[in-house]
Design a protein around this ligand. Structure first.
Ligand code: GUN
Ligand code: FE
Length: 433
């Protein structure tokens, strides 16, 4: 119940620069003050203005040479793939066969799931990520393990059991009815418990029968506030395969649409190869895309067309997509996002990057006003970024003249070493030193 004030440079995002412009999309206080009470942000402003208004005897934590931002939001990641990150040599479909499916089979063992869930959540917080939309495995216990650990740490997390009834090893497949019942039991147990939400999670169209996708759509109708989380148009061979498996549907997105899996809480990872009609349909249904640059480069999948989704006003967040992604760090993910845009002749402005990492992610997850910026009333999930994390960063930062420039340097050179502290609901959950 005690109030604590944090004094540092503060930065948050007020909107998408594509919608409100570069000058209005950012809020920055060079000498900022943020008051946190009962796990929520209760005031934010210039330190000299706000200091006289602090409650009597309020503790003030001061961080010079640092920047406070909202916690980062990862809109697509696989916790069971933590131990197989950096697996050599394959593109999507062979990578799944050779590396992913063997790794996921280990999650039949609850103790293994508990161990990996712990390592995974620690790694998220070490990287300043406070909320994520997470794939489990086909085993319901994998989701129990993750949610139990997330609940202990009071994290806002969204996750679900994979639904997968074909084109995968027998040990990893369920049945339409079985996946429906198991998902339902998990929803009853976890959805809306504290800060946790459930995502109905068909892996991707090739591993689900039409009947299973139908039942996924049915689940979404039966409960309020459920998410839908899957993969879409990531790789050319995958897209060809979907055409063969669902010849009666008009393209990849239409497979999901046909089974009523689009909507305001639906998040599709990748969307590297979308046509304008698909973007329009995503936009009109309020569905979101998770842009996963490190994964798209690592698996050689392709270059995501952010201007196209922007044009159609599709909600976009950032995903690390670990283990196909190569870093838990949202800063490193932005570093690669910038390069993905460069290869297409497009500049990714640091304010847009910062938006994607925070408020854009929150909007993709329908969680803006709860997380994603430092607006009073928001949950106090935030990070302290150290401008002097490494000798090179420190030296480069000393040459910068604006927050815009510092942000870009941070996103290019920064990684987990930059995260000095991570706070969740106003509580310190990670201290680097
Ligand atoms: N498509 C289906 N499953 C997966 C997965 O585990 N990772 C990625 N990157 N794409 C997928
Ligand atoms: Fe993925």
């Amino acid at each position: 119940n005690t109030a604590i004030a944090y004094r540092a440079a503060m930065l948050d995002s007020l909107g998408d620069p594509a919608e409100i412009g570069l000058t209005d999309c950012i809020r920055y206080f060079e000498d900022g003050l943020m008051l946190v009470e009962n796990g929520k942000i209760s005031a934010l402003g210039n330190a000299p203005d706000l200091l006289p208004q602090l409650p009597q005897g309020c503790e003030i934590k001061h961080y010079p040479n640092a920047l406070i931002t909202p916690g980062f939001i990862d809109t697509h990641i696989h916790y069971p793939q933590t131990g197989m990150i950096a697996s050599y040599g394959e593109q999507l479909l062979d990578w799944l066969e050779n590396y992913t499916f063997p790794a996921e089979q280990q999650f039949a063992d609850r103790q293994h799931a508990d161990e990996v869930a712990d390592i995974f959540l620690t790694e998220l917080l070490r990287n300043g990520t406070t909320t994520a939309l997470v794939f489990g495995t086909v085993h319901p216990e994998s989701v129990d393990a993750l949610f139990s650990k997330a609940e202990q740490r009071n994290l806002r997390m969204i996750a679900g059991k994979v639904m997968m009834d074909r084109n995968a090893p027998e040990a990893l497949t369920d049945t339409p009815r079985g996946s429906y019942e198991e998902s339902k039991a998990l929803i009853e147990r976890w959805h809306g418990k504290g800060r946790l939400h459930y995502a109905v999670t068909p892996r991707f169209a090739p591993t689900s029968s039409a009947e299973q996708l139908d039942l996924a759509g049915q689940l979404l109708k039966e409960y309020d506030g459920l998410y839908m989380h899957t993969h879409l148009s990531e790789n050319r061979s995958e897209i060809e395969w979907v055409k063969e498996l669902f010849p009666q549907q008009n393209g990849y997105l239409d497979v999901y649409d046909h089974h009523q899996l689009l909507g305001e809480r639906s998040v599709f990872a990748h969307g590297v190869y979308l046509c304008d009609e698909e973007c329009a349909r995503l936009s009109e249904t309020g569905s979101a895309i998770a842009f996963c640059p490190t994964s798209n480069l690592f698996l050689g999948s392709g270059l995501f067309n952010l201007p196209q989704t922007e044009q159609h006003r599709v909600k976009v967040g950032l995903g690390t997509d670990v283990g196909a992604g190569t870093s838990f760090s949202i800063l490193q993910t932005l570093n690669e996002a910038y390069k993905v845009m460069q290869l297409q002749g497009v500049r990714l402005h640091p304010y847009k990057s910062f938006y994607l990492a925070t408020l854009g992610g929150a909007r993709a997850l329908q969680l803006d006003h709860q997380i994603g910026n430092l607006e009073p009333g928001s949950e106090a999930d935030f990070v302290v970024l150290d401008y002097q994390a490494t000798p090179l960063l420190s030296y480069r930062m000393a040459q910068t003249r604006s927050i815009e420039e510092r942000l870009f340097v941070m996103m290019t050179l920064g990684d987990d070493r930059m995260i000095k502290h991570t706070f969740v609901m106003g509580e310190p959950v990670y201290n680097r030193d």
